[in-house]
Design a protein around this ligand. Structure first.
Ligand code: BEZ
Length: 211
């Protein structure tokens, strides 16, 4: 059965480049990004993992633990890590999960048989501290993902969780946001004492809350 936004992220135990990981224990109240790549020793994946390693301070700032996964064996992950550092200028600094039997890949629907019967597509799951899936993105094998976009969505999700605001089209961190429809004007007066701009009763624009 497909994993959908709002579902509990399935638990699993797998070997990784940082030892055995029991997923729910590992994320332990943090936000998490779990992403798959099709295969080790491939060009697009090498660039993605290097760039994601560079973003580690940004993920840490947001309290997010990052984990990569492919159906390659752990020995191959260990051999590939050197290539990532050599070509991308950053050592891998987050766990790469080895799922050679494809069990977790199937659990998360990361294998799309009409694309490839055994390899994972480029899936991204953002999981909240409540272990629920907050975001699911899927890219084909030949298209490298935009991990800046993953950070942007995490910023939006965290603002919604903390302040009951949503983010408009093409929003970037620091720009105005939208008061979610479930907040009444009465409650909004307390939450946003500096006021908001009401373009329509359902479209209330407010400066991005701090914190
Ligand atoms: C890759 O680098 O992972 C890749 C590139 C082209 C097609 C499929 C995968």
């Amino acid at each position: 059965m497909a994993i959908l936004i709002g579902d509990t992220a399935p638990d699993f135990t797998l070997e990784s480049t940082e030892g055995n990981i029991h997923f729910h224990d590992y994320i332990d109240g943090s936000w998490a990004v779990l992403f798959s790549h099709p295969r080790n020793f491939t060009p697009v994946c090498t660039t993605e993992l290097g760039f994601t390693a560079k973003l580690k301070p940004e993920f840490e700032k947001r309290g997010v633990k990052v984990l990569g996964l492919s159906v390659d064996p752990i020995e191959d992950h260990r051999r590939w890590v050197g290539d990532i550092e050599e070509t991308q200028g950053t050592a891998l600094n987050f766990p790469l999960l080895a799922d050679p039997k494809g069990e977790v890949a199937r659990l998360y629907d990361m294998i799309h048989p009409n694309a490839d019967n055994t390899l994972t597509v480029r899936s991204v799951f953002v999981i909240g501290p409540d272990k629920k899936v907050k975001l699911k993105i899927e890219y084909p094998a030949s298209t490298g993902r935009n991990f800046n976009e993953v950070l942007r969505v995490i910023d939006s999700l965290q603002l919604t969780a903390r302040h009951q605001v949503a983010t408009p089209v093409n929003w970037e961190n620091g720009e105005d946001v939208i008061i979610v429809p479930s907040v009444s004007n009465e409650d909004a007066k307390t939450k946003f004492p500096e006021g908001w701009k009401e373009l329509k009763p359902y479209l209330r624009i407010v400066a991005q809350p701090k914190g």
